[in-house]
Design a protein around this ligand. Structure first.
Ligand SMILES: Nc1nc2c(ncn2[C@@H]2O[C@H](COP(=O)(O)OP(=O)(O)OP(=O)(O)O)[C@@H](O)[C@H]2O)c(=O)[nH]1
Ligand SMILES: [Mg+2]
Length: 425
């Protein structure tokens, strides 16, 4: 944990030679994000600078001359650490640290650090620790000074330092045992998922860039549930990565049918790959959702790039072909009428002010409900097998043994509807 407020100098590299970076957030926004990330980690930003270069310097990232300048600048600002906007190699960190003489943190370490502070669930903590171990493993030998530092503060959280000083084997063993524990957790979740599928409760997952308003929207939606209590609200804050653990809550559609809504961790550009891997399990809920609500902060001038970033992570998760409603949020901050009309799969809302939530709820209902078919079946007695498989999977609205067979009313999914429609009464 942080004992004193760390003072950070933020440093970015603008690669002028790289024309392939069109899909990436521009350097100005990326630096703004870095500053927010430092704040989210509990640090204070005392200065920032961007260096234009054609190439990355393998040894010192920005070239030793520039690093000398950074050292002087950091000293004049009384900074306690320098934060770089990209992922650095172990050798780069060590070389820069040798010149600057202060703590050097890269964007990946910073994000991992925030995640380590915020994860509350057992699974979240295990996943972050695994990501940290994977990040540190290839840097174990390169980062002599950095790794053995025992001070507190940003970037030193996580697996104990002594543990890291031991050999690779130790890390590998720990990683293996975390994976084992995670498999257990994942098995439990699988059991819960089967149970939910059996109860035929649809699941709607909220995804989107960090700070888009996902948690605010979840709180707004769950209010309508008859068993709603204020304690069920999830944490909302104007801060990157306010949400780190997946929360699942009950909600109701306008037609009173229940569904479950899942809040997930927000995405950010240059999300460390190890972390995506680590969070895949948690974000699995998204893969099994019946519908995705992709929440976008319509007021953010990088919202298009944020949208692409989220879509590319979803693709990575194998969840890109899911049915999706695009939800542009925070329209209370926009001029009226500058946004297009609501469409079947696009809606403009304000989660905070409750604007157009009813429209969104109707869209959700249409999307979830078009996949279920409420039917009255009459099953012949010799098809008890069908009856028991329906009974296992669905909650029956009604059933009765009659002289002609088993008479039942149930809402079937599309596949079962097609299988059993010949028994419709
Ligand atoms: N003006 C305005 N602000 C909003 C609206 N919805 C959410 N916010 C604010 O946006 C900030 C982020 O909201 P959250 O709901 O925590 O965002 P999130 O997407 O869950 O963020 P992470 O959990 O960090 O990924 C908070 O300060 C909210 O009050 C809205 O409709 N209008
Ligand atoms: Mg949130």
């Amino acid at each position: 944990m942080i004992n004193q407020r760390e003072k950070a100098l933020c440093v970015g590299l603008n690669l002028t030679s790289n024309s392939l970076r069109k899909s990436e957030i521009d350097i100005e926004d990326s630096m703004k994000e870095l500053i927010e990330l430092v704040k989210a980690a509990g640090g204070e930003v005392v200065g920032d600078l961007v260096q234009n270069r054609h190439t990355i310097d393998a040894a010192t990232y920005l070239g030793s001359g520039k690093i000398e300048e950074i050292k002087n600048y950091a000293e004049s600002l009384d900074a306690t650490m320098v934060v770089f906007n990209d992922e650095l190699s172990g050798a780069q960190i060590r070389n820069i640290e040798n010149i600057v003489g202060k703590k050097i943190i890269d964007r990946t370490t910073l994000i991992l650090d925030i995640f380590a502070q915020r994860a509350h669930s057992k699974e979240g903590k295990l996943q972050v620790e695994l990501a940290q171990l994977k990040y540190r493993l290839p840097r174990l030998y390169g980062m002599g000074g950095h790794m053995s530092r025992t001070g507190a503060g940003i970037g030193t959280r996580g697996p104990g330092e002594q543990k890291l000083e031991k050999d690779k084997r130790h890390i590998l063993n720990r990683a293996a045992s975390i994976r084992e524990e995670l498999r257990e957790v994942s098995k439990n979740r699988e059991t819960q998922r089967v149970q939910r599928a059996k109860n035929n409760i649809p699941i709607v997952a909220l995804v989107g860039y960090t700070n888009a308003g996902k948690s605010t929207l979840l709180n707004e939606i769950i209010k309508k549930h008859p068993e709603y209590e204020k304690e069920k609200n999830v944490f909302v804050k104007d801060m990157l990565f306010a949400t780190l653990d997946v929360s699942l809550r009950k909600a109701v559609l306008p037609n009173k049918k229940e569904f479950l809504i899942v809040d997930t961790v927000g995405f950010v550009s240059k999300l460390p790959h190890d972390l995506i891997e680590a969070f895949k399990a948690t974000l699995e809920e998204v893969k099994y959702a019946d519908l995705i609500l992709h929440v976008i902060d319509a007021t953010n001038k990088s919202s298009d790039i944020q949208k692409l970033t989220t879509e590319s992570v979803l693709k990575d998760l194998g969840a890109n072909d899911k049915e999706t409603i695009t939800v542009y949020n925070k329209i209370d901050q926009l001029e009226l009428d500058i946004y297009p009309k609501n469409q079947k799969d696009i809606v403009y809302i304000s989660a905070k002010n409750g604007i157009n939530i009813d429209k969104l709820m109707n869209l959700i209902q249409e999307s979830i409900m078009e996949k279920t078919y409420n039917v009255n079946l009459l099953l012949p007695f010799e098809r008890g097998d069908i009856f028991s498989s329906i009974k296992d999977k669905y909650v029956l609205d009604k059933f009765e043994y009659t002289a002609e067979g088993i008479d039942l009313i149930v809402s079937l999914d599309e596949m079962d509807y097609n299988n059993y429609k010949k028994y419709i009464k």
